[in-house]
Design a protein around this ligand. Structure first.
Ligand code: BES
Ligand code: MN
Ligand code: ZN
Length: 498
């Protein structure tokens, strides 16, 4: 969906629906005054009577508002003026977007960018608004006879009343649109079931981006992996009838000589655990074990749509992890592409195996930085829950940049230590390392394992096990999380154009 931007006045706008914001209290904010005047003070009256309170997330719709040119006026509450944080602004915008989706409005104009947010201007509000709309209007209907959950409008225009704010709104919406599009692609691929979205399917979807997004896409098959010596990746794939793929997608926006930023995403299209099989309850959610990979799709798409003047390379090792007569067994020892040997004590710790070879392979692009993204450990869900993704890094400056990007994009991460003390938990009697540490600090020991394959570059690891999807019940589905953070990091890493 394409979002338009316009400087205009809400009272004269013909539309199915005009959306404005109000604060808590009885005063009409400046930007809603025009609407109130045109309505002969009807808005003020409703605020005074308490029909509209302006409380956070309240959404009221006035049908056939007298004096206005639109069919409906939607009034969104943003809570106390001067206290509004960007995250709360985004939440209220989402509520409005949900109300629109569940209504008959097909043509919508939103005057929300000029709502006053603490430490954020129109550029940021516009971007968050655009992201919130696309986020709320994502549906996964392709495998249902009758899609549920309402319908996104056909025409959407984000408006400012002050012409001087137009440029900022345009630039914010442009970013929000690109990130929102990236998130939608990421969510769809993740929501697709394991029997459809296989490694080969994923490779096919990547190839489509050659045309639509001018990316360079190359796919390594198992024979090439063997040539490269990717013994760890191949060992995981051995238990599956689906052939593994290593997908590489490149965005060339910078100079030829510019070293790329590499994003490496775990792409387990289904993780049953292998011989160390997982319990049955909720196992369907292991189709989401490819959310690292889908976030790489999303971020690379955003970089391409924003024409970022940098080079980005996405590397996706993709496989299934299933029990089979040919699968990895506990105690098996495999040789990774780096030459280091690994004793597989638990076949369910497969993500780090496929990532180790992908990281080694990534060195050939001579990247400035490497960020891997993975639904790597259940322990991360226990440690951080569903709000923050886990961050570990071998370079503090990079870690700081990612923390900042997370705050700016409202897609936050929390750093965990990668001290040497933890490394010894990976000692093996028979190989260079074991693929699991003990019971304690599972997220960190997984990070330690990966660090052994990232010695040659500046590297960070993001564990998105708790943030990439929502579990169980009605809300079950991919979130698209970490696409905003990665996109923000790429934007921040781009030289400013003059
Ligand atoms: N994909 C899982 C991690 C996971 C589990 C993510 C639950 C989200 C929810 C990963 O491959 C895995 O199975 N990890 C094991 C590691 C253990 C065997 C050291 C885990 O977390 O239990
Ligand atoms: Mn696993
Ligand atoms: Zn896994």
């Amino acid at each position: 969906m394409k979002l338009s931007v316009k400087a205009s006045t809400p009272d004269t706008q013909k539309a199915h629906c005009v959306v404005i914001g109000v604060y808590e209290g009885r005063t009409v904010p400046d930007f809603a005054k025009r609407v109130d005047d045109a309505m002969g003070g009807a808005l003020k009256q409703r605020l005074a009577k308490g029909d509209i309170t302006g409380k956070k997330n309240q959404v009221n719709v006035l049908y056939g508002p007298e004096g206005l040119a639109c069919d409906r006026l939607m009034v969104v509450g943003f809570g106390k003026r001067h206290k509004l944080k960007l995250a709360d602004y985004r939440k209220a915008c989402r509520r409005a977007a949900e109300a629109i989706r569940n209504s008959a409005c097909r043509d919508v104009f939103l005057w929300l960018p000029e709502v006053e947010v603490k430490q954020a201007g129109v550029e940021q509000t516009s971007r968050q608004l655009a992201e919130a709309l696309l986020d709320a209007w994502y549906t996964f209907g392709e495998l249902k006879s009758e899609p549920n959950g309402g319908k996104a409008p056909k025409r959407v225009t984000i408006c400012v009343s002050d012409k001087r704010q137009l440029k900022k709104a345009q630039s914010g919406v442009r970013e929000g649109q690109a990130i929102g599009n990236g998130m939608q692609v990421a969510r769809r691929l993740a929501d697709l079931p394991g029997n459809i979205c296989t490694p080969s399917f994923l490779a096919g979807e990547a190839r489509k981006l050659q045309r639509s997004h001018k990316l360079k896409v190359t796919v390594l098959d198992d024979k090439e992996m063997k040539k490269q010596g990717m013994g760890a990746l191949l060992s995981v794939a051995r238990g599956s009838r689906q052939l593994p793929k290593l997908i590489v997608m490149e965005h060339h926006g910078g100079k030829k000589s510019d070293a790329p930023i590499a994003l490496v995403g775990k792409g387990l299209t289904f993780d049953a655990g292998g011989i160390s099989i997982k319990p049955a309850a909720g196992m369907d959610e292991m189709k989401y074990d490819m959310c690292g990979a889908t976030s790489v799709f999303g971020a690379v798409i955003a970089a391409s749509e924003l024409n970022l003047p940098i080079n980005v390379v996405g590397v996706i090792p993709s496989s299934e992890n299933l029990p089979d007569g040919n699968a990895n067994k506990p105690g098996d020892i495999v040789t990774s592409m780096s030459g280091q040997t690994i004793e597989i004590l638990n076949t369910d710790a497969e993500g780090r195996l496929i990532l180790s070879d992908a990281l080694t392979y990534t060195a050939r692009f001579k990247p400035v930085t490497v960020i891997d993204i993975a639904t790597l450990t259940g322990a991360c869900v226990i440690a951080l829950g569903h709000y923050a993704s886990g961050l570990m890094a071998n370079n503090q400056r990079l870690a700081d940049q990612l923390v900042k990007a997370g705050e700016r994009s409202l897609d936050r991460v929390w750093q965990l230590p990668l001290w040497d003390d933890y490394q010894s938990s990976l000692d093996s009697n028979f190989a260079d390392m074991a693929n699991i540490g003990g019971r304690s600090a599972g997220t960190i020991t997984a990070g330690c394992f990966l660090s052994r394959y990232a010695k040659e570059f500046k590297w960070a690891h993001l564990d998105i096990a708790g943030t990439a999807w929502q579990s169980g019940g009605k809300e079950k589905g991919a979130t698209g999380r970490i696409v905003p953070l990665l996109s923000q990091y790429l934007i921040d890493s781009s030289p400013k154009r003059r």
